[in-house]
Design a protein around this ligand. Structure first.
Ligand code: MF3
Ligand code: CO
Ligand code: CO
Length: 249
């Protein structure tokens, strides 16, 4: 690996592993009856215990240490006294800031027994993210990533959210490039070894449109259909990529 991005990869791997570790702990308590602010507390404490800070906490006024996005909430749900019930799906999005670098990851958890449709939505969203990650290497186009996701998702009858995207990440939480989760092969900028960015598709059971609630954060599907999301932070290499936010389980 080239010396110039060795440090960036090492630091992002460290932050990413801590963020993924927080989600591994969330997985253990994700059962009916859990309040979403318990998830927030767990994340806050887990990050602190590992010498990291939550990047979302106070980011542009965001009040909590993670996002908890339930059912028709697409992203940026705010942890609260809301109680998760049997059949819900909830995305938990954690970003660790450690030694000056960020690691950003999310997973959608199934609470108790969820419907066949919800299960298929969650599985398809995960598959779409992983299919995109598998094609990443130096010199592919950003549009190749969006195309891989959109093809898989639409073949299953679901839709790709267009109002939010993946992003470059490093010493800044959000930076260039924007990584769209839809698009055309061969379009957009070519990616280079050493680049670090997230892939974080939000996929809706119904239509793709979203709207933001009056709290200024919570994004929901316009048609109230279910929405799922997964996110990894990855680093591009000559012949592939490294996932920095792998589960330790
Ligand atoms: N973690 C989210 C992302 O994937 C951003 C959350 S910003 C917040 O980019 F302020 F809502 F927490
Ligand atoms: Co992100
Ligand atoms: Co995130």
């Amino acid at each position: 690996m080239s010396e110039n991005y060795k440090e960036a990869f090492e630091k992002t791997r460290l932050a990413g592993t801590i963020a993924a570790g927080a989600l591994d702990e969330v997985a253990k308590i994700a059962i009916p009856g859990l309040r979403t602010d318990k998830i927030d507390k767990l994340c806050y404490e887990f990050l602190g215990d590992h010498g990291a800070y939550s990047a979302p906490l106070f980011y542009r006024g965001f009040p909590k240490s993670c996002c908890t996005s339930t059912n028709h909430v697409v992203c940026h749900g705010i942890p609260s006294d809301k109680i998760l019930k049997d059949g819900d799906i909830v995305n938990v999005d954690v970003t660790a800031f450690k030694d000056g670098w960020h690691g950003d990851t999310s997973r959608t958890f199934e609470i108790g027994e969820v419907s066949v449709k919800a299960k298929k939505l969650v599985r398809t969203t995960y598959e779409a993210m992983m299919k995109a990650i598998k094609i990443v290497k130096e010199d592919i186009h950003l549009g190749d990533i969006g195309s891989a996701i959109q093809k898989h998702v639409e073949a299953e009858g679901f839709s790709v959210v267009q109002d939010f995207c993946g992003h470059g990440i490093g010493q800044l939480f959000h930076k260039e490039p924007n990584v769209l989760h839809y698009g055309q092969k061969g379009t957009g900028e070519k990616i280079k070894a050493g680049m670090i960015f997230t892939i974080e598709p939000m996929i809706n059971l119904g239509k793709y449109e979203t709207k933001t609630l009056n709290d200024g954060w919570t994004a929901v599907t316009k048609d109230k259909s279910l929405s799922a999301q997964f996110e990894h932070t990855i680093g591009v290499t000559k012949d592939g990529c490294e996932i920095f936010t792998l589960s330790g389980n």
